[in-house]
Design a protein around this ligand. Structure first.
Ligand code: F3S
Length: 424
């Protein structure tokens, strides 16, 4: 790899042994992917995936400690994924014991380390860091060193920033040293589409279902999607961005998509159109029958497939302010329709602390509270990833949560029925 003088100097230890090791790791990582140079990280802030103080993550705490002692911290402040725990989310005594004593017993300690490393603010814990309320929104063309897959795919596709799908540690190292290896989604060539996807459904496809279908088909490739602009329009407004947030998270988790282009809508597709499509790209057509096939293919891993759901999680990735308002109205209308005053299944909506703060100032907050729904800032995945919660019949509209846990996916209409009517 060809390095600049400044990069060589860091590698040769002129800025200390620890930074030299960090640089060496990044160079080796880049070389493994065929990178021939390192480029500067240009975003104002970083975003880290590792937000949870798991007791078994000692090597991470030691690494953080070394970096702090050596003063090898990033000039970039950062946001980080959601916290794993919130006392407002329903949990049994036994679950609390498992969470606090066996799983996240290092949470306080780790949050202290994060603050010392440069956490943007006390409550900068969310996967939707790019939302305006949170303020970590990269500019088009910015080079990032992020790791959270749902945020990476959003930053690349909707904002036109440039970022590879990094691990948490590579993310941190890139931010500390200020350079990342130049390969993959950082390059023009790596941003070209290997797949043409044609959406030919008779109604607006469910974002999480469409994303899942595309993710499972193209895996880590870049898809160029035609036909979605008919449902989303040609302007990246709040509604389109919210849709793409959920769609993208499903492509990234049900496959490993780091970038997608939506014809006539996302920034690079608007600029370059079909020039972004690689010669010989494969084609995938999605109609109603294909979406149904994908939906029917999801395994239900509950012991009792007919069990009454004990919990419902909405907001993976975290919900937007508009989503919270829309869902408040939707739940109110449907509770009235089915003659109920509160949701029939304990339900948690999750959103960024900054979004929750703003939502609490609107007239919708007391209305949502009245429906019995709990508002929280946690990551539902971190709540569910243990044997106790794994046995619970949990429902969700998130295809990411379905993929990584035992929760069962339902469409938005089905979730509404479950919550407001008490069943399908
Ligand atoms: Fe966000 Fe946790 Fe889902 S980080 S995307 S709420 S798994």
């Amino acid at each position: 790899m060809k390095l600049t003088k400044e990069q060589e100097a860091i590698l040769n230890g002129e800025k200390g042994e620890t930074l030299a090791k960090v640089m060496k790791t990044l160079v080796m990582y880049g070389e493994a992917f065929g990178a021939d140079k390192m480029v500067e990280v240009t975003s104002k802030y970083n975003h880290l995936v590792t937000s949870f103080g798991l007791g078994v993550m000692d090597p991470i705490y030691e690494l953080m400690d070394t970096l702090l002692k050596e003063g090898a911290v990033s000039g970039q402040k950062f946001t980080v994924d959601p916290r794993p725990l919130d006392k407002n989310v329903p949990s049994s005594l036994l679950q609390n014991l498992v969470f606090k004593v066996f799983m996240y017993n290092k949470q306080e300690f780790y949050e202290k380390q994060l603050k010392e490393l440069g956490l943007l603010e006390e409550d900068a814990f969310t996967c939707t860091c790019y939302m305006s309320e949170v303020g970590n929104t990269p500019e088009k063309g910015d080079v990032l060193s992020w790791s959270e897959s749902s945020a990476v795919v959003y930053a690349n596709s909707v904002l036109g920033a440039r970022c590879n799908r990094n691990s948490g540690i590579i993310d941190l190292m890139g931010s500390i040293v200020g350079y990342v290896p130049y390969f993959g989604l950082l390059t023009d060539e790596g941003r070209k589409a290997d797949w043409i996807v044609r959406v030919k459904t008779t109604k607006k496809p469910e974002a999480q279902l469409l994303g899942s279908a595309i993710g499972m088909k193209v895996m880590e490739d870049v898809p160029y999607v035609y036909g979605l602009n008919e449902w989303l329009g040609e302007e990246l407004n709040d509604e389109a961005c919210t849709y793409l947030k959920d769609f993208g998270a499903a492509t990234a988790s049900n496959g490993a998509v780091g970038l997608y282009h939506i014809d006539k809508l996302t920034p690079e597709a608007r600029e370059a159109g079909e020039k972004l499509i690689r010669k010989g790209a494969k084609e995938y057509i999605i109609d109603d029958a294909e979406l149904q096939r994908v939906y029917d293919s999801y395994p239900v891993v509950w012991k009792d497939k007919n069990a009454k759901p004990k919990l419902c999680f909405m907001g993976c990735p975290h919900m937007s302010l508009q989503q919270l308002k829309d869902w408040t109205e939707r739940i109110e209308e449907n509770l009235k329709k089915y003659g109920n005053s509160q949701v029939q299944i304990p339900t948690v909506f999750t959103a960024a602390p900054a979004v929750i703060r703003q939502f609490k100032e609107t007239e919708y907050y007391p209305r949502l509270e009245k429906t019995g729904i709990i508002l929280s800032y946690i990551c539902p995945l971190m709540y569910m990833n243990n044997p106790l919660c794994g046995k619970m019949p949990v429902i969700t509209s998130s295809n990411k949560l379905r993929t990584y846990t035992t929760s069962r996916y339902y469409t938005d209409d089905e979730i509404t029925m479950q919550l407001c009517k008490g069943g399908l």
